[in-house]
Design a protein around this ligand. Structure first.
Ligand code: CA
Length: 279
């Protein structure tokens, strides 16, 4: 049973406590210090709440899972709009400009991977795929089609919530304008665009992520294992060849070779780093 594993966890409630000290003596003046303290507390609470609140589109045809996931996300303070079929979901995802999309792959009217590509064609909204199909090739093609993360059913709601938080954090961390510049290379994580000497680089999603991760740690050697974990979310070192292949594609697009490197420097046996070649 898929739904057995879905348990709704209790979200922490924000309470504003205006209790005893102020109600014991009706009409008593609240001291300036107490007023100041209250203002600070209330501002902090409002700020926390605003940060946590996101517009989320949920696309899932299974009534039970849809209800449980929607309730769980709503209990975290998010505003959730649900759709039971792909085309309704597409409408919500594209027209509503949500902060995040959570979608099932097995949908009645359209295959989820198709829907994923349709959303990706017009929007960079973070997408989490929830799927009963856990086979490696499905996961790989889902991520390659532009999903940011995935969960295989059955999953726990706590896990979903953690991934939602992580993606929302990532989204808010890279506001438009947070462009990373390394020499003549410029990387815009929010727009997912990279240019070299002002010319746009046609990078695949993985090549872009590889470049972004290296650019975020410019000058630092990043191990292939770490790249596997961050770009492919694959903590095992078994597929280091995947990193090598993507690095060579990226090198090619940057117009350099392993023999004559400029931006991408391999540190043998350790990893790779992105450097400013003019320094
Ligand atoms: Ca389904």
């Amino acid at each position: 049973m898929v739904t057995n594993a879905v348990t709704v966890t209790q979200a922490p409630t924000i309470r504003i406590l205006l209790t005893q000290p102020f109600s014991q003596e009706p009409g008593a003046e609240i001291s300036t210090v107490a007023q100041g303290f209250l203002k600070v507390r209330m501002c902090a609470m409002v700020a926390d709440n605003l940060l946590a609140m996101a517009q989320i589109v949920l696309i899932e045809d299974d009534v039970e899972i849809r209800r449980l996931v929607a309730d769980a996300l709503a209990s975290q303070g998010h505003d959730v709009e649900s759709a039971a079929v792909a085309l309704d979901g597409l409408q919500l995802a594209v027209k509503g400009s949500p902060d995040l999309v959570v979608m099932d792959l097995g949908l009645p009217d359209l295959d989820g991977s198709e829907l994923l590509r349709m959303i990706r064609a017009v929007s960079q909204v973070p997408i989490i795929v929830i799927t009963a199909r856990g086979a490696d090739e499905v996961v790989v093609s889902t991520l390659d089609s532009g999903a940011d993360d995935y969960l295989v059913k059955p999953f726990s709601v706590a896990q979903l919530e953690a991934r939602v938080r992580a993606l929302l954090r990532r989204g808010s961390a890279s506001e438009p304008g947070d462009v990373i510049r390394v020499g003549e290379l410029s990387i815009d994580p929010a727009a997912r665009e990279a240019t070299l000497e002002g010319v746009s680089l046609e990078l695949s999603p993985k090549e872009f992520d590889l470049l972004r991760v290296l650019a975020e740690r410019v000058g630092e050697v990043v191990s292939k294992r770490a790249l596997m974990a961050e770009v492919w979310r694959e903590p095992y070192g078994g597929a280091e060849r995947t990193v090598d292949v993507h690095l060579s594609w990226l090198r090619n697009k940057l117009g350099e070779t392993a023999q004559d490197p400029r931006y991408l420097r391999t540190v043998h046996g350790v990893g790779v780093k992105l450097v400013d070649p003019s320094r």
